[in-house]
Write a protein that binds this ligand. Structure first.
Ligand SMILES: [Zn+2]
Ligand SMILES: [Zn+2]
Length: 327
C-alpha cells in the first residue's frame, strides 16, 4: 500500500552504505505502529540471525537522525519507534491494558498550542499529547475497526473530507453572493467563482471515490484528523453574514477574508505534514484558494475605482445645476 523510500536516498550526508543497515531499515519500514527496539530486533532476528542487537539499536538511532524514524515515549520506561516517512506528526491514544496505541491529529489542539506559546512568548520545539486509558477492544472484546498504525489512507481521506467541506461552504457563499450583488461585474465574478467551486468539488469528490476503491471499508474507519473548526466549512460564517444584508463592496471583503483564512489554514497545516497524499491535498487546495483570493482583491480594487469615478462624474454633473440655482 505504502511506497517505501529507497534507503539509499534517505542516507544522510556522509552515511556509509551498509547492507545490514538497509536490511534493518527495510524491515522497519514494513512494520506499522510503534515498535520498541527489542520488538524490531525480534522481527529481524527471525529473518537473519546474524544481525546483532547492538546493530539494530545503532541503526534505529541512525534512522532517527536521518528522519526516517521518530522516537516516542509512552511512559513504559523504554522508547518506541515509528516511521516518519509519509507519516504526519500526530498525537497518541495509549491503552494501558494491551499497550497498543493509535494516532490522531487535530488542528484544534495545534491552534490552542499556538495561542498559548504566542501568549507566553515561548518557542515550542515539540508538542506531545498522549491520552492513556482503555481501548474499545479491551473494554468490549469487539475487534477494533482499523489496523494498527494505519494512517496514510485515513489521513488522505480526512484531508479530502475537509477540503470538500470547505469547497461546499465556498460554493454556498459564492452562489449567495452572486444572487445578492447589484454591480453587474461583481456579480459575474461571484458567478465565476461559484462555477469554479462547483467544478473543484466534482474533482475532489471523484478523488474521494478513488480513495474508497483502495479500501472498501474506508468510510467507516475512525477519524484521524480532528479539524473541528475547519470541518464546518471556512466559508460558513461568511455566507451567514451575507444573508444579513451587505453591499457589493462588503460582499467582496467578506469573500476576501474567507479566502485568505482558508488559504492560510490549508497552507499552514499542509506545510507541517510530512510528505503524503494528505499533504498534497492540503497544499493544492491552498494554491487554489490563493488564486481566488487574488481574483477577489483585484475585483475589490476595480469596484472601488469604478465607484469613485461614478461619484466624481455625478459631482461634476451636479455642479453647474447648483451654480445656476444659486443665481
Ligand atoms: Zn487495549
Ligand atoms: Zn504514532
Amino acid at each position: 500500500m505504502t511506497n517505501f523510500p529507497n534507503v539509499r536516498d534517505l542516507k544522510p550526508a556522509g552515511g556509509r552504505r551498509s547492507s545490514k543497515r538497509e536490511q534493518i531499515v527495510n524491515v522497519f519500514l514494513r512494520q506499522e505502529g510503534h515498535l520498541s527496539a527489542d520488538d524490531l530486533f525480534d522481527i529481524i532476528r527471525n529473518e537473519d540471525h546474524r544481525i546483532s542487537r547492538a546493530t539494530v539499536y545503532r541503526t534505529l538511532q541512525w534512522m532517527v537522525e536521518a528522519g526516517i524514524a521518530r522516537k516516542v515515549d509512552f511512559g513504559e520506561g523504554r522508547f518506541r519507534f515509528e516511521h516518519s516517512y509519509r507519516h504526519p506528526r500526530h498525537f497518541h491514544l495509549i491503552c494501558k491494558t494491551c499497550s497498543r496505541s493509535s494516532e490522531f491529529l487535530s488542528s484544534d489542539i495545534e491552534a490552542i498550542v499556538e495561542d498559548v506559546t504566542a501568549a507566553r512568548n515561548f518557542t515550542a520545539s515539540q508538542t506531545v499529547v498522549q491520552i492513556y486509558g482503555t481501548c474499545e477492544e479491551c473494554r468490549t472484546g469487539k475487534k477494533a475497526s482499523a489496523p494498527d498504525g494505519y494512517t496514510e489512507l485515513l489521513f488522505a481521506r480526512d484531508a479530502l473530507r475537509i477540503a470538500i467541506a470547505t469547497e461546499r461552504s465556498g460554493l454556498e457563499f459564492y452562489t449567495r453572493a452572486a444572487r445578492l450583488t447589484q454591480d453587474a461585474r461583481g456579480r459575474s465574478v461571484f458567478q465565476k467563482l461559484a462555477e469554479e467551486e462547483r467544478h473543484h468539488l466534482g474533482t475532489l469528490e471523484a478523488r474521494y471515490k478513488t480513495l474508497l476503491d483502495r479500501d472498501p471499508q474506508l468510510e467507516s474507519r475512525p477519524t484521524f484528523l480532528f479539524f473541528k473548526g475547519a470541518a464546518n466549512g471556512l466559508f460558513a460564517e461568511g455566507a451567514e453574514q451575507l444573508s444579513r444584508g451587505v453591499n457589493d463592496q462588503q460582499a467582496l471583503l467578506i469573500g476576501i477574508r474567507c479566502e485568505r483564512g482558508s488559504h492560510r489554514f490549508f497552507k499552514r497545516y499542509g506545510e507541517r505534514f510530512e510528505d503524503s497524499e494528505g499533504k498534497q491535498i492540503f497544499l493544492e487546495f491552498a494554491d487554489e484558494e490563493r488564486d481566488h483570493l487574488a481574483l477577489l482583491i483585484r475585483e475589490y480594487r476595480s469596484l472601488v475605482k469604478r465607484q469613485r469615478t461614478a461619484k466624481r462624474s455625478t459631482r461634476s454633473a451636479d455642479a453647474p445645476r447648483r451654480v445656476s440655482s444659486a443665481r
